[in-house]
Design a protein around this ligand. Structure first.
Ligand SMILES: Nc1ncnc2c1ncn2[C@@H]1O[C@H](COP(=O)(O)OP(=O)(O)OP(=O)(O)O)[C@@H](O)[C@H]1O
Ligand SMILES: [Mg+2]
Length: 312
């Protein structure tokens, strides 16, 4: 049974009706690390924000469902979503400074979370804070609680963010490029921490990145995003051994040479622009079906899905 199910999530610009996320569907399993891979602007962050009803102003939901514990989060009142956010589903971002409050100490910020979600304060809350900070590998937690965010190094700040995110023992952690801004060694330490939370507590993680190497080592399953669509879904091993979509192949550097291809000039530029396949204009294997129909995400091998006419 999936823990979280996203169905046909379609998000776009309210005023113009332009779609940015175009029918995203996937599920997250219990204790799974699900990687979302995609280049800049492909809609990774927007997907993360959409799940928690945190869409930026100007954007709105056109279609779709986010199913969690038998409820569609998109239909819940803000008050109800607030009880889930940070408690059952947490999110961390690339830059912890933008999520931490600069004028509150770590203790004050953590206290807010405990009071709001768990209704505890005072000594009981403080004990739990210290325990959580220890759990994420922060040395001398009592001292750190008195710090303001700017007094912490980047690595420590991200650990504090993770501590806050897991403080209420959520089922799901969404991590949007949480290590991109960190030095390589610190990055590895943070990833190790997330991995151990997954293994020891069964925390399910949606991990967003454009770094293939991280996902290969870290994720159980990978979604490949491109222009607001999912082009491929596969367990990590399978995806690396046998990438199917021409875009994924390109990412993995095993793209066939242009010379092997049919003459792309058969098609005019206008027709290129009208293609229903998002990868058409860059695809070495571009096919005419893409001008007539939209490719659908299909399971072509067990647990391996791809959106491409080559496999129909
Ligand atoms: N508030 C907004 N208004 C209009 N368009 C937006 C808004 N936020 C994001 N977009 C557009 O949505 C698309 C997807 O953005 P998103 O931030 O999800 O990309 P991403 O995959 O996270 O990229 P990156 O790797 O750079 O973080 C982009 O083309 C972006 O320009
Ligand atoms: Mg992003």
């Amino acid at each position: 049974m999936a823990l979280l199910k996203i169905k046909d999530l379609t998000v776009g610009i309210k005023q113009t009706g332009e779609k940015i996320l175009k029918g995203i569907s996937f599920s997250l399993n219990p204790s799974e690390i699900l990687g979302i891979l995609g280049e800049s602007g492909s809609g990774k962050s927007l997907t993360a924000l959409s799940i928690l009803k945190l869409l930026p102003p100007g954007l709105s939901y056109f279609k779709g469902q986010v199913l969690f514990e038998e409820k569609n989060l998109l239909e819940l009142e803000e008050r109800e979503v607030n009880k889930i956010r940070g408690k059952k589903i947490s999110i961390i971002f690339q830059d912890p400074l933008s999520s931490l409050n600069p004028v509150l100490t770590i203790e004050e910020q953590m206290e807010e979370i405990f009071q709001y979600h768990l209704g505890i304060k005072g000594k009981k809350a403080k004990d739990l804070m210290i325990r959580t900070l220890k759990e994420v590998g922060i040395p001398d937690p009592e001292f750190r609680l008195r710090n303001y965010p700017h007094e912490l190094s980047g690595g420590l700040r991200q650990r504090v963010m993770i501590a806050m995110a897991i403080a209420c023992s959520p089922k799901i952690l969404i991590a949007d490029e949480p290590t991109t801004a960190l030095d390589l060694t610190i990055q590895m330490q943070v990833l190790e921490l997330l991995k151990s939370l997954n293994q020891e507590k069964g925390l399910s993680i949606i991990f967003i990145t454009h770094d293939l190497g991280i996902l290969r080592w870290f994720a159980h399953r990978i979604l490949v995003f491109y222009k607001g669509q999912i082009l491929e879904i596969a367990p990590t091993e399978k995806l690396f051994k046998n990438p199917l979509h021409p875009y994924t192949k390109l990412l993995f550097n095993s793209y066939p040479g242009r010379e092997e291809l049919e003459d792309l000039n058969l098609w005019t530029q206008e027709r290129l622009d009208q293609s229903l396949c998002p990868f058409y204009t860059k695809c070495a294997m571009a096919c005419k079906e893409s001008l007539e129909r939209e490719p659908k995400l299909r399971e072509v091998e067990p647990f391996h899905f791809v959106r491409c006419f080559l496999y129909e």
